[in-house]
Write a protein that binds this ligand. Structure first.
Ligand SMILES: Nc1ncnc2c1ncn2[C@@H]1O[C@H](COP(=O)(O)OP(=O)(O)O)[C@@H](O)[C@H]1O
Ligand SMILES: N[C@@H](CC(=O)OP(=O)(O)O)C(=O)O
Length: 450
C-alpha cells in the first residue's frame, strides 16, 4: 500500500524562494513618506539619515512632499468643476520653490528652472483631462507629486555628493490599466526591476525612485491607491530580494493605536507579518494594506522607524511567533454607510447581494464592514464620492438606497468593555459587530455635529 502525505503549501513563498534563493545581502530599501520630506529641514534630516549608512546600497522610494497629493487632487477637482485652479497651483509651486531656495541656496537656479517647466507641463496636462476617463485623468495629474519630489531630491543628494542616480517607477513597476488602483504584474515587474536596478547599483551607492506610481505596457502612468508608496517599497524589495525595508515615519514605529488620537498608545517592538497585515486590513493607516504580503512571501523584514529619532529601533515586522494580547485600536475615518433596501417586503437574497457585490467590484469599491437584515443590506466603505455616485446611480433602480457620510469605523482587537465605552463615548452608533476577539463599530461623533 502506498501512502501520500499532503502538506499545506504556500506556493507563492516557495516560488519566491526558488526565484531568488539568496538574499541580496548588499541592498536594502528605504521609504521616505510625505511627512519626512515636507520641508527643507525635513530633507536635511533625510540626508543625515542616509549618512548613517555609508556602506549600504540603498534604493530610496519617495512620496510627494508634504500634502502635495491632496493639493493635486484639489486642483483636479477644481478643473473638473470648471473653477479657477490658479491660486492652488501657485501655492503648490511656491511651497516647492521655498524648499528649493532654502536647500540649494546659490545653486537654486537649475532646480527652479526644472520646477517651472514641470509646473507648465502640469498645466498643459490639466487642459487635456477628460471627465469621461476620470481615473486615468486622475493618475496623469496626481503623479506629478512624486515626479517633482524624486527629481528635486535627486538634485539635492547629488549636490551633497552622494553617489546617486534615479530610476523611474512608472517605467519599472508594470501594472494593468486599472487607473487609481492598478494591479501589479509581478513577473514583468520583477524582471524589469532586477535588470535595471542591478545595473545602476554597479555604479552608484544610492538609487532614488517614486513611490505610488506604476505604468502600463503602453507607457501610461498609473497609481497604486492613496498612500501606496509603502507598497512601492515592498514591490522593489520583493523584486530585488532586498535584505530589509525601512519605512521612515513621523511616529516611533507601530503602536497599538494611532498616537495622534490615543495618548497612552504603546509601541510594538516586533510584530508578525500576520498581525501587521491584520492591522492594515482594519485600517491602521501607518502602513498601506498591500505592503505586507510581498514581504512576507519573500521573508523580507520591514522596519518602521522614526525619522526624527533615527537612533531608535522602532518596530520590526518579520516572521515571528509573538502574539500580542494587549488591545489594539484602529480608527478609520472618512467612512460612508450605505444601506440597500427593498420596499415591498422582499427579503434580501443571495442573488440581490450578488448584484451589489458585482457592482462594487466593477467600481473598485472595497467593503470595510457589512451586515444584513431581512430587508436591508448595509456596507461601510471609504468616502469616495466619485465611485459611490457611480455605484448608487447603477443600483438605484433595484433598491432604495440610504447613505450616511462622515462616519468612523472603529476596530478594537482584544477588546474589553471599558475600552468599548471609552471609544464610543459621545458617539452615535450606526452599526456594531463583535467576535470573540474583535469589536467593530461604525459611529458618528456627536461633538462634531452642528
Ligand atoms: N497604529 C499606529 N501606529 C503608528 N502610527 C499610526 C498608527 N495608526 C495610524 N498611524 C498614523 O500613521 C501616520 C504615519 O503614516 P503616514 O502619514 O502615511 O506616513 P507617511 O505619509 O510619512 O508615509 C502617523 O503620523 C500616525 O498618525
Ligand atoms: N503621495 C501619495 C502616496 C503616498 O504613499 O504618500 P505618503 O507616503 O505620504 O502617505 C499619497 O499621498 O497618497
Amino acid at each position: 500500500m502506498q501512502y501520500f502525505f499532503v502538506l499545506p503549501l504556500n506556493y507563492e513563498k516557495i516560488a519566491a524562494y526558488f526565484a531568488n534563493p539568496y538574499k541580496n545581502k548588499c541592498m536594502q530599501v528605504f521609504k521616505f513618506g510625505g511627512a519626512s520630506i515636507k520641508s527643507a529641514d525635513a530633507v536635511r534630516n533625510m540626508v543625515e539619515i542616509l549618512k548613517r549608512f555609508p556602506d549600504e546600497k540603498i534604493l530610496i522610494v519617495v512620496s510627494a512632499m508634504g500634502k502635495t497629493t491632496n493639493a493635486l487632487e484639489e486642483i483636479l477637482h477644481l478643473k473638473l468643476k470648471k473653477l479657477s485652479t490658479k491660486a492652488t497651483i501657485q501655492k503648490l509651486y511656491e511651497d516647492h520653490a521655498n524648499i528649493v531656495n532654502s536647500l540649494f541656496d546659490d545653486h537654486a537656479s537649475e532646480p527652479l528652472e526644472f520646477l517651472q517647466s514641470i509646473f507648465e507641463e502640469l498645466e498643459n496636462s490639466l487642459e487635456k483631462i477628460d471627465i469621461n476617463h476620470y481615473d486615468q485623468s486622475y493618475d496623469s495629474i496626481i503623479s506629478y507629486g512624486e515626479i517633482i519630489s524624486s527629481n528635486l531630491l535627486l538634485k539635492y543628494l547629488e549636490l551633497k555628493e552622494f553617489s546617486i542616480t534615479k530610476v523611474n517607477a512608472y517605467e519599472l513597476v508594470r501594472t494593468d490599466d486599472t487607473f487609481r488602483d492598478a494591479s501589479v504584474n509581478w513577473i514583468k515587474t520583477k524582471e524589469t526591476i532586477s535588470e535595471k536596478v542591478k545595473n545602476e547599483f554597479t555604479n552608484h551607492q544610492l538609487l532614488i525612485t517614486q513611490g505610488f506610481l506604476g505604468g502600463t505596457e503602453e507607457g501610461q502612468i498609473t497609481t497604486l491607491g492613496r498612500e501606496g508608496s509603502d507598497f512601492s517599497a515592498a514591490i522593489f524589495a520583493y523584486s530585488l530580494n532586498a535584505k530589509a525595508v525601512t519605512i521612515w515615519k513621523d511616529v516611533p514605529g507601530i503602536l497599538n493605536a494611532d498616537p495622534k488620537k490615543i495618548q497612552d498608545a504603546v509601541l510594538y517592538q516586533e510584530l508578525s507579518y500576520k498581525e501587521a497585515a491584520e492591522m492594515t486590513y482594519y485600517g491602521a493607516s501607518v502602513i498601506h494594506p498591500k505592503t505586507i504580503k510581498p514581504l512576507a512571501n519573500a521573508g523580507i523584514p520591514m522596519h518602521v522607524r522614526s525619522f526624527s529619532k533615527a537612533d531608535k529601533g522602532g518596530t520590526i515586522i518579520h516572521d515571528c511567533k509573538v502574539i500580542h494580547e494587549i488591545p489594539c485600536i484602529i480608527i478609520k475615518e472618512k467612512q460612508s454607510l450605505i444601506s440597500f433596501q427593498l420596499n415591498d417586503f422582499t427579503f434580501i437574497t443571495e442573488s440581490l447581494i450578488g448584484k451589489i457585490f458585482d457592482t462594487l467590484n466593477k467600481h473598485h469599491i472595497k467593503i470595510n464592514m457589512m451586515q444584513n437584515t431581512a430587508i436591508s443590506f448595509s456596507i461601510c466603505v471609504n468616502d469616495d464620492l466619485h465611485r459611490l455616485d457611480q455605484l448608487m446611480s447603477e443600483l438605484k433602480n433595484d433598491f432604495s438606497i440610504l447613505y450616511n457620510t462622515g462616519l468612523e469605523l472603529i476596530t478594537i482587537k482584544n477588546f474589553n468593555e471599558s475600552l468599548i465605552d471609552r471609544m464610543t463615548h459621545k458617539k452615535e452608533i450606526y452599526l456594531e459587530q463583535r467576535t470573540r476577539k474583535n469589536y467593530q463599530v461604525v459611529v458618528k461623533s456627536l461633538e462634531s455635529r452642528v
